[in-house]
Design a protein around this ligand. Structure first.
Ligand code: GSH
Length: 268
């Protein structure tokens, strides 16, 4: 299983862009910063990618089906949030790296597994495949303290999960990609992303000024959902100092993950 800690290696800039929450990419076009994504095209199987395809196949081989498998690339915040939840809960499952920079998510083998063509994806032991990072968080956290205990708490968590996917992550993920992954010049980046991100971060900051956690008074899957991109706002060109409550919450969630239930139990 791959290490699930914070990735430190610098990502390799590539012509092959990917867009979180948008349409799957054409093989050689970086379109994250563009408004309109091209139609998805199957990638030709280049020699370097034949190895990658083999790796994917390995992860889907019959030997591994008795354990759940998460397909992901932790450079993506949507995958990172799932990796952090796995760390926190100490879950025993398989992690299969699928390289977004190489377009492995658009290869036929992966599309057969997950027709959405996006990462992350969770394959349950009985074969069901679940896409959408927040649905995966929900599934992996079933029966744990990260789940809501009341209907009211559930409604509040859902509110933040849907807001994260629709309003918070799109501008943050797209600017992060442009600034820190493909090193676009500022003038080539969609100018709407910065104000949209400012509004989303200000909303979260306002909420966290009077709350330690996103939903209710304890850590929940809503924190993991927002942590995916909330932990890396500087990558997109935002300054932590302008959002002090978000910065304090990131540190708090990081500390919680480091001393999570899995680690507490191991120390007993
Ligand atoms: N709402 C989805 C977004 C998934 C998504 O867009 N994933 C990106 C990486 S952050 C991806 O796989 N992009 C590949 C592509 O679009 O081809 C989720 O939360 O899982």
């Amino acid at each position: 299983m791959a290490t699930l800690n914070t990735p430190t290696a610098a990502p390799t800039p590539s012509d092959h862009g990917f867009l979180c929450d948008e349409v799957a990419p054409a093989p050689t076009t970086s379109f994250l910063c563009d408004d309109v994504a091209p139609d998805p095209q199957p990638l030709p199987l280049k020699p370097a990618m034949a190895e990658a395809a083999k790796r994917q196949q390995d992860c889907t081989s019959p030997e591994t089906v008795e354990r759940a498998v998460v397909y992901g690339d932790t450079r993506s915040g949507n995958c990172f949030k799932v990796a952090k939840l796995i760390d926190y809960l100490g879950l025993d499952l398989e992690w299969c790296d699928v390289d977004l920079f190489e377009g492995e998510n658009a290869e036929p083998g992966f599309l057969a597994l997950n027709p959405f063509g996006k990462l992350p994806a969770l394959r349950l032991p009985e074969g069901q495949v679940i896409a959408e990072s927040n649905a995966i968080l929900h599934e992996l956290a079933r029966g744990t303290d990260l789940e809501p205990r009341t209907d009211a708490a559930r409604a509040e968590i859902y509110q933040w999960l849907f807001w994260e996917a629709s309003a918070f992550t799109p501008p943050l993920a797209q600017r992060r990609w442009c600034v820190s992954f493909v090193f676009k010049a500022q003038e080539d980046i969609d100018p709407k992303l910065l104000p949209k991100g400012n509004i989303a971060l200000a909303r979260l900051d306002d909420h966290l000024q009077s709350h330690d956690y996103v939903a209710g008074d304890r850590l929940s899957i809503a924190d993991f959902a927002l942590f995916g991109y909330g932990h890396a706002i500087e990558d997109g060109g935002w300054d932590r100092k302008n959002f002090p409550a978000v910065a304090a919450w990131v540190d708090r969630v990081n500390a919680d993950i480091a001393h999570g239930p899995a680690f507490a139990q191991a120390a007993e």
